[in-house]
Design a protein around this ligand. Structure first.
Ligand SMILES: Nc1ncnc2c1ncn2[C@@H]1O[C@H](COP(=O)(O)OP(=O)(O)OP(=O)(O)O)[C@@H](O)[C@H]1O
Ligand SMILES: [Mg+2]
Length: 310
């Protein structure tokens, strides 16, 4: 048995004259949480569709759980789970009916379904809500039910396409606890997300931009690669306006909101200090800014990668 869950070389998908996925290579060892990051329209969902065997690539090779997914999509599909970017649940069905539906899709024997149903209900904290209509559940609960439905057949590899979009921070935390739990049971997770705090929870990351992989590595490796820049964290009133002032400064490569503060990027060779930045802001009418040099976060890595490839 191959120790790789996903092994992709030169995978390409075009729509007419537009190349959505442009010859990517991706390797995901079994048991890992693999984060697939990229801005809107960069090719993440298209890649996942090809890896699930629901969309044919134009060229390239994709082995999923050791099987050629283009030649044998059925062999792959039995062993993987997929939680789509859009809701994959039936709103008019109860919790129990949704689980039964997915068990039916995978032809799960009754005894196996009973055991998995128990596990999923406990995992999703839905015990006692089996007969509730799915549409009446909170978003966080629905997300957990969707995860349960996607894992009802105990897949070895689970694709999660932005599983937590629109979910509040507490529910996201709970959802990630469930993902760790699955990873702990040996399930490989292939996750796309726009939340950079979630990216930091992954073992391995790849950034896709305009259909091409522009960086990959562990979160620490990617942060360590940011040696050619320095990053300042800036707390200031009227952050939006202050950001425009920083962006207009020719010595500053990039300025953007990062949580409640601003981040400004300068080349490592720049002599600009934190005090210089505070002084320039004060001169532009933004007094009292607190400026510190900080270590890059995954979000900083991401913003800088995109600005470099623009
Ligand atoms: N069936 C299709 N026909 C034509 N173009 C498509 C089709 N599916 C996707 N595209 C285009 O391919 C590009 C990549 O789309 P994809 O959905 O893979 O991006 P994504 O990275 O998942 O984006 P998002 O973060 O918004 O979900 C986009 O420009 C999209 O418009
Ligand atoms: Mg997508």
């Amino acid at each position: 048995m191959s120790d790789l869950a996903v092994e992709v070389t030169g995978l390409t998908k075009t729509f007419g004259t537009f190349t959505a996925v442009d010859g990517i290579d991706v390797t995901v060892p079994r048991g890992q949480i693999f984060g697939f990051l990229g801005p809107n329209g960069s090719g993440k969902t298209t890649t996942i569709r090809m890896l699930c065997g629901t969309m044919r690539p134009d060229s390239g090779r994709a082995l999923v759980l050791g099987e050629d997914v283009v030649r044998h999509p059925d062999r792959v599909q039995r062993r993987i789970g997929y939680m789509s970017q859009k809701f994959s649940l039936f709103e008019d069905m109860t919790v129990d009916e949704n689980l039964r539906f997915y068990a039916g899709v995978y032809d799960l024997p009754d005894d196996e379904f009973a055991a998995q149903r128990e596990y999923v209900l406990r995992m999703a904290d839905l015990v006692g809500r089996e007969d509730e209509l799915t549409r009446n559940l909170s978003v966080g609960w629905r997300q957990r039910l969707a995860l349960g439905a996607a894992t009802i057949h105990s897949p070895e590899l689970l694709f999660l396409d932005e599983p937590t979009s629109g979910v509040d921070p507490v529910a996201r935390r709970q959802f990630w606890d469930l993902l760790y739990d699955l990873a702990g049971r040996g399930v490989t997770l292939f996750v796309t997300t726009h939340y950079m705090d979630e990216a930091a929870h992954c073992n391995q990351l790849a950034f896709i931009y305009r259909g091409r992989i522009v960086a990959e590595g562990t979160p620490d490796e990617l942060r360590a690669e940011q040696v050619d820049t320095r990053i300042f964290d800036i707390s200031v009133a009227d952050a939006d306006l202050a950001m425009a002032a920083l962006e207009a400064d020719p010595e500053i490569t990039e300025a953007y909101l990062s949580g409640a503060s601003l981040h400004a990027v300068v080349p490592a060779s720049s002599a600009l200090s934190a005090a210089d930045i505070a002084n320039r802001l004060a001169a532009s009418g933004f007094a009292g800014a607190e400026v510190d040099v900080v270590e890059p976060t995954i979000e900083d890595v991401f913003v800088n990668l995109v600005s470099r490839h623009r």
